[in-house]
Design a protein around this ligand. Sequence first.
Ligand code: GLA
Ligand code: GLA
Ligand code: GLA
Length: 684
Amino acid sequence: MKKIKVTDDNRLLHGGDYNPDQWLDYPDILKEDVELMKAAHTNTFSIGIFAWAALEPEEDKYDFDWLDKVIERIHSIGGRFIMATPSEARPAWMSQHHPEVLRVDAYRRKQLHGARHNHCFSSEYYRKKTQEMNTKLAERYGDHPALLMWHISNEFGGECHCDSCQNNFREWLKNKYNNDLKELNHSWWGAFWSHTITDWEQIESPSPIGENAVHGMNLDWRRFVTHQTIDFYKNEIKPLRELTPDVPITTNFMSDNPEFVPFTALDYSQFAKEVDVISWDAYAPWHTDQEDTATLASRVAFLNDHFYSMKNQPFLLMESTPSLVNWHDVNKAKRPGMHFLSSMQMLAHGSDSILYFQWRKSRGSSEKFHGAVVDHDRSKDNRVFKEVAQLGKAMEDLSDCVVGYQRKADVGILYDVESDWALNDAQGFGLKTKKYGETLQKHYQMFWENNIPVDVISKETAFDPYKILLIPMLYMLSEETAEKISAFVKNGGTVVTTYITGLVDEADLTHMGGWLKPLKEVFGVEPLETDTYYPSDRNSVVYNGKAYEVRDYATVLKLLEAESLGSYEEDFYKDTPALTKNTYEKGQAFYIGARLSDDFHRVFYNELIKTHDLKPALEAKHNRGVSIQARKAEGKQTIFIMNFTEESQTLLLLEEVTDCLTDEVLGGALELAPYETRVVEKRI
Ligand code: GLA
Ligand code: GLA
Ligand code: GLA
């Protein structure tokens, strides 16, 4: 594992994407940049992300002089750079002379040159050119003292359906199915609609004008796309690993936007294994008319914990905006104070950086109104610049009590992207109400409200470090995972699951003979039917004497060993169990059969937190909307107390802590202004 240099000199990274190649005709701007970088208390810049046309203006004619100068300027003010490889966007000459680099879409239409991120992953020429470019970058900058890490391409995504990608898909399938079409046909349930494949050449990637109904194939295609993308990435990093073995490598991950749920185009749990440092681009939709700030904050927290858990180590926030974006339906500016608060939240959940897209607003083209540190006014006196500088100063002061500090959780929630793919593909249930990612976020929220940290893990993560494992809506559940869950509960773990769990195996074939045996044993129930509701349908479940509303889904259950904790009030399954608890060997298993309201989850999980004696990092009383999150080091922890409401909040701290910035000792009543954060230290 490569060591992140940031931990060597203990600085939090502040800065972001710097695109000087847009300003090469404006020497005064380039000079001004370094002055403003100092004024903004920034120290790290990702450069070269979209610079291919400037670095290789003609085929095999390179120009690095401008980049040398930019790097020297950054170095001269004590800054570092993250060197990007420019493969996301190609120069026009390349598409003109080597059209094989262009993607073919799912309709089998060859794409024209344009936009970005539309290269073919199989193109031999493109693979060769990216290696050549990366070799040159590594030779020229690999030893530079200000080089911090490599940033490979940008936000990998998309897919290509050209002939050579088709061939690669077929080869991948041959390998997976042992060159045996019988195996493949079985896995894809080929007899259905006469979809039996009798020659590998008959296989074509999924298409709206072709095959799209074979779920097993759709699933394999998504797996292949992840494989192919990682393979392309591995091709890119080969020269970097050879020439700069000590320089860490990252690529910027993202979320699915604008929903702000885990990214679904690739399986990041696989990609994460190939990078040294996780980094991601967070564009949270603050201040929408859809949800309150606190609810969104818990969803941001979820995604941060997802990225932290991928390698169980601090990550980098590679891109964010200090103000607004240009691609939401409504591009609202962060209100005063929100930038500081939202950035502190990133640090609280394990980021060692706050980096922006982008340093300076473009003058033209599609992102000229996207927020940036430096606006078109070139001023350091506007609101956004001042808020960035204020944050930068605070980050300098906080570095010592954040960098190198870890996160630790007793609760794990499982997100499985393969299950997400399969569930979305499933024709059934409510087409608009599946919402797997959102459902996980709702369960997570109840721990967030209690300041109990939760890891967002994959099915490959070891479950035994956790006291509680949450597996809501785990539609695709293999026998292997079922055995793993069973072992976890046998050894004393508590597991909670819900409706639509455990219906299909890893090939997206339904389990035959009812629920898997280990699940029946662990949960002591068997799901019989899943009922799906119209938005106007209502039912309720009575739990501890109170009725809670059911929406969207209700499972009819058969009790085996479990006890019922709550029953339905209406419909043909009136008075039958909706919520169950089973004791299995040393552990416990809960099944929540219906999609129940937040107030149910609040009561249910509060009890679980109590019975498992889970304690927050800092004992305090406060209203909903305040979040307390901690990072730990040997013998001490740094605790972020954050007010995600538009009102002042008075907290009651039940322990004494010291403010990291002012050294003030805090205890008892603590007043937080709207959006205010206090960062405190506690000895442990
Ligand atoms: C039609 C078709 C059947 C089946 C059903 C499903 O009736 O003929 O093959 O697809 O729809 O409702
Ligand atoms: C997607 C990405 C965002 C951003 C926008 C720009 O939604 O997830 O990060 O790049 O596109 O259009
Ligand atoms: C993504 C991209 C950036 C920029 C931003 C805009 O994160 O990586 O280049 O387009 O979106 O939000």
